[in-house]
Design a protein around this ligand. Sequence first.
Ligand code: GLU
Length: 422
Amino acid sequence: MKFAEQKDQEESLNLFTSTQIVIKEALTKLGYHEEMYELLKEPLRLMTVRMPIRMDDGSITVFTGYRAQHNDAVGPTKGGIRFHPEVDEEEVKALSMWMSLKCGIVDLPYGGGKGGIICDPRKMSLAELERLSRGYVRAISQIVGPTKDIPAPDVYTNSQIMAWMMDEYSRLREYDSPGFITGKPLVLGGSHGREKATALGVTICIEEAAKKKGIELTGARVVVQGFGNAGSFLAKMMHDAGAKVIGISDAHGALYDKNGLDIDYLLDRRDSFGTVTTLFESTITNKELLELDCDILVPAAISNQITATNAHHIKASIIVEAANGPTTLEATKILTERGILLVPDVLASSGGVTVSYFEWVQNNQGYYWSEEEVLTKLKKVLVKSFDQVYEVAATRGVNMRLAAYMVGVRKMAEASRFRGWV
Ligand code: GLU
């Protein structure tokens, strides 16, 4: 089943409007007036660019891209760039708002940003991808920079793409600018631990949630939807922690083994887009995967996977959202009523941007940290943020999603107020 292809205009509109609904709810709970919501309900800036790119066959394709900057009251905006055929304006806007929330939750000195290019990198050569990456940097160069807006990897972009973008930016400015972008290769000022940071952040949230639910990780049955950067590293971490990863999936289908899958073998066979299920004859659908009998479910693929239609059939006791927006608001309500502990995306997937921040700090200092130092700092940040959100949920009697939004929105609201914007 090609679930990656299913997103349509309407769904991304829902992502955007449901983000607005929860931001409004969070601001109301915190006692802010309507003006604050007016300020935060949309990004401050959205740039649309069209980029003519020479293809390998000599023809020109004009690609469309976006960069959204939600709020820069706290500091420069920060967030990834995705290359995907289904990218659209509404999605990029919603994603930039989630980045603001993530940065607020883990207390980074940033607001949220996000970029995207409508393209299918799976059908492009490396040379075409390089020209597109450089073209995008030239197109948005006026509004980005180490103290303005700092991009990073996201869906279908990686450290090579970050390297090309950093090189293009440095050429434009005529000085070396490693702090322009994060998620770079180590030799170009990348940080140890950045590649697995998102998965590690999710793992820390799983450990904390399991403690709250009294679930022992050793032997726990885990299902991971998605086998890209977050999903594959996470499956490996869960496997190494002694959990039984009984299901995984990619854009083509899902694999299930009640005794636990051989994760090392699957990692070895997966291609650079995370595809592995096409190598197997006996697969299950993504729908079946989500409804498997398990203890911990980790949606690490795309948005709108757990909806009002399947929320009643989910058997996990804990859901930790590694993807952006995998659960709809209606489904969140159903799962909360059913006593399932749902750790929301804006908290669970904030490990990536946290280590991106560490990378930027190291670039600015020109002084680099060991992997151990990075990971110890990451763990400290994530455990503290998890506890804070859990505490707000418990004391205010709200679900973890609303609690996370309350924690996430507070800093930028306060910063906007002190600046005299509202
Ligand atoms: N794209 C990642 C996210 O959605 C990382 C952003 C960053 O590192 O700045 O959190």
